[in-house]
Design a protein around this ligand. Structure first.
Ligand code: SAH
Ligand code: SF4
Ligand code: F3S
Length: 437
C-alpha cells in the first residue's frame, strides 16, 4: 500500500513526518507516492501563523474529489493545527471526509488509530492534553540523508506573548542524554554526515531534570562521538545563552560555526511586551561573547515586524540591530495574531499596510547584508557537505559550516560527500563554483 505525507512548519515537524512514515511502514504502507496513487494521505500541520493554517485548509479541501472517487482512501490530519483548541471541530465541519484527526501528543498512537478507523465508519479523533513519555520507540524513515534530525526535547515553557507553540506542544520534556547519545552513535555508524539536535529552546534542555546533563554537556558528548560528521543544533533562546556553550562550540571543530539565535525585535519595549526576557544590550553582549570564542562564527535570527503597538521608531531599532549584529541571514515574519495568546488580545494591532511596508524594508536590509557577506566568498574555498541535486538548475548543492548554500556541477552524484568548493560567483545566500577533488 502507498502513502503520501504533506508537511508544514518547522524542522520539528519535518522530523515528526519521518516518524509518521515509520508508523505507516509498520502498518503496511510501504511505498511513498504522490497523492493520486496514495492509499493514505497524512497532513502534518502547523499553526504558527495564519498563512500556515490557510495553506493546510486549502490543500485538505482540494482532496474532496479524490476522496469521493477513490474507495478506501484514508485521510488523516495531525500536528500543531490539529492540537489547537477548537480546530478539530472546525476541521470536521468543513471537511467531513477526514477519517482521522490526531493531536501532537497522539502521534505515537497513529498506527492504532488507522486500524480502528478501518473497522468503523465514524471518524477517529484523538487529542490528548499532554504526552508523558519522551521515548516513543518509533523508528523514523529518514528522508534527509546525509543529515539526520534528532529530538533532544519536546515542548516549550516560555510563553512568548505572540506564540502558540507552548499551547500546542505542551511543557518542556527532555529525552535522556544516554538515549540521545546512543541514537547519534547509531546515525554516525550508519553513514550520516550531519546531525541536527532539535528543540524549541535547546538551552533549557534538562529543565525537567530528565536529561541528566546540561545542554553544553550534551553538545560536548555528542561532538565527542567518533567519526567525521557535522553537528548543528536549533533553536537557542537568548535568555539562556551561556559562555559555557560558546566554549563547547570552540572546543569542537565538528560543531558548525553558525548560531541561530532568534532576537525577534531590536526594541526593548517590544521585547518586554513579547515576554522575551532579555534586552537588546544583553543580546548584543552575547554575540560579542560568542565572537570572542569564535571570531568567524555566523549568526542567523528570526525577526517579527508589526507586533501590537510597534511604532515606526521601534521598527527602525530592529533595522539598526540587523546592521549592528551583522546577521548572515534572517527569517522575517509579519506578526500574526494567534487565538488564545496574550498578544492577540492586546490593544494597538498594527494595520496590514503598515506591516507590509515594514516587512519590505526589513527584507531589503537583511538581503543587502547577506549579499555583501556572500560577495566576500568569491575567489575563496569553502567545504560543503553535498546534500541534494537541484534538477531545475542541474547542479548539486550543499551547505558549508557557516550556513551558506553552495552549488556546483558534477557528472557523478556527490550526495553525502564533503566537497571543497572554489567559489566563482555569489547570489544572495547562495554560492556557485567548481568542486575540487
Ligand atoms: N522556538 C523557536 C522558534 C519558534 S517558531 C524560538 O523560540 O525561537 C519560529 C519563529 O516564528 C519565531 O522565532 C518567531 O519569529 C516566529 N513566530 C512565532 N509566532 C509568530 C506569530 N504569531 N507571528 C509571526 N511570527 C511568529
Ligand atoms: Fe514560541 Fe517563544 Fe517557545 Fe520559541 S521560545 S517556541 S517563540 S514560546
Ligand atoms: Fe513547528 Fe509550526 Fe508547530 S513552527 S512547533 S509546526 S506550530
Amino acid at each position: 500500500m502507498n502513502y503520501h505525507i504533506v508537511t508544514y512548519g518547522c524542522q520539528m515537524n519535518v522530523h515528526e513526518s519521518e516518524k509518521i512514515a515509520g508508523i505507516l511502514r509498520d502498518h503496511g504502507y510501504t511505498r511513498e507516492t504522490g497523492e493520486e496513487e496514495a492509499d493514505i494521505i497524512v497532513f502534518n500541520t502547523c499553526c504558527i501563523r495564519e498563512n500556515a493554517e490557510n495553506h493546510a485548509f486549502g490543500n485538505i479541501g482540494a482532496l474532496k474529489k479524490l476522496k469521493r472517487q477513490k474507495k478506501g482512501l484514508l485521510i488523516a490530519v495531525g500536528g500543531c493545527m490539529a492540537q489547537e483548541e477548537g480546530k478539530a471541530k472546525i476541521l470536521r465541519e468543513k471537511f467531513p471526509f477526514i477519517d482521522i484527526i490526531f493531536g501532537t501528543h497522539n502521534l505515537p498512537a497513529l498506527g492504532e488509530m488507522i486500524e480502528r478507523k478501518k473497522k468503523q465508519k465514524k471518524a477517529v479523533v484523538e487529542i490528548a492534553p499532554e504526552r508523558a513519555q519522551t521515548e516513543d520507540g518509533i523508528q523514523p524513515v529518514r528522508t534527509s540523508y546525509p543529515n539526520a534530525w534528532v529530538n533532544i526535547m519536546y515542548g516549550c515553557n516560555n510563553f512568548c506573548s505572540y506564540c502558540i507553540v507552548p499551547y500546542v506542544r505542551g511543557r518542556e520534556r527532555s529525552r535522556r542524554a544516554e538515549d540521545i547519545l546512543a541514537e547519534c552513535r547509531d546515525l554516525v555508524s550508519a553513514g550520516y554526515k550531519e546531525i541536527t539536535l532539535l528543540g524549541q529552546n535547546v538551552n533549557s534542555y534538562d529543565s525537567d531534570g530528565q536529561g541528566g546533563m546540561s545542554f553544553p554537556e550534551l553538545l560536548d558528548a555528542v561532538a565527542s562521538v567518533e567519526g567525521k560528521f557535522r553537528l548543528r543544533f536549533m533553536t537557542s533562546h537568548p535568555k539562556d545563552f551561556t559562555e559555557e556553550l560558546a566554549a563547547v562550540m570552540q572546543k569542537h571543530a565538528k560543531i558548525c560555526r553558525l548560531l541561530h539565535l532568534p532576537v525577534q525585535s531590536g526594541s526593548d519595549r517590544i521585547l518586554s511586551l513579547m515576554n522575551r526576557r532579555y534586552t537588546r544590550e544583553k543580546y548584543c553582549s552575547e554575540i560579542a561573547l560568542l565572537r570572542r570564542y569564535l571570531p568567524d562564527c555566523e549568526v542567523t535570527t528570526d525577526l517579527i515586524v508589526g507586533f501590537p503597538t510597534e511604532t515606526e521608531e521601534e521598527f527602525e531599532e530592529t533595522l539598526s540591530l540587523v546592521r549592528e549584529v551583522g546577521f548572515s541571514s534572517a527569517f522575517t515574519f509579519v506578526y500574526s495574531p494567534r487565538a488564545g495568546t496574550k498578544a492577540a488580545a492586546m490593544q494597538g494591532q498594527i494595520p496590514e499596510d503598515v506591516q507590509k511596508a515594514r516587512i519590505m524594508r526589513l527584507v531589503e536590509a537583511v538581503n543587502a547584508q547577506t549579499r555583501e557577506k556572500s560577495a566576500k566568498y568569491v575567489g575563496k574555498r569553502t567545504e560543503i557537505l553535498c546534500e541534494d541535486y537541484d534538477a531545475k538548475k542541474g547542479l548539486y548543492l550543499g551547505r558549508d559550516e557557516y550556513g551558506r548554500m553552495g552549488y556546483f556541477a558534477d557528472k557523478r552524484s556527490r550526495i553525502g560527500e564533503f566537497v571543497t568548493l572554489k567559489v566563482t560567483e555569489a547570489n544572495g545566500i547562495s554560492l556557485y563554483g567548481t568542486a575540487e577533488d
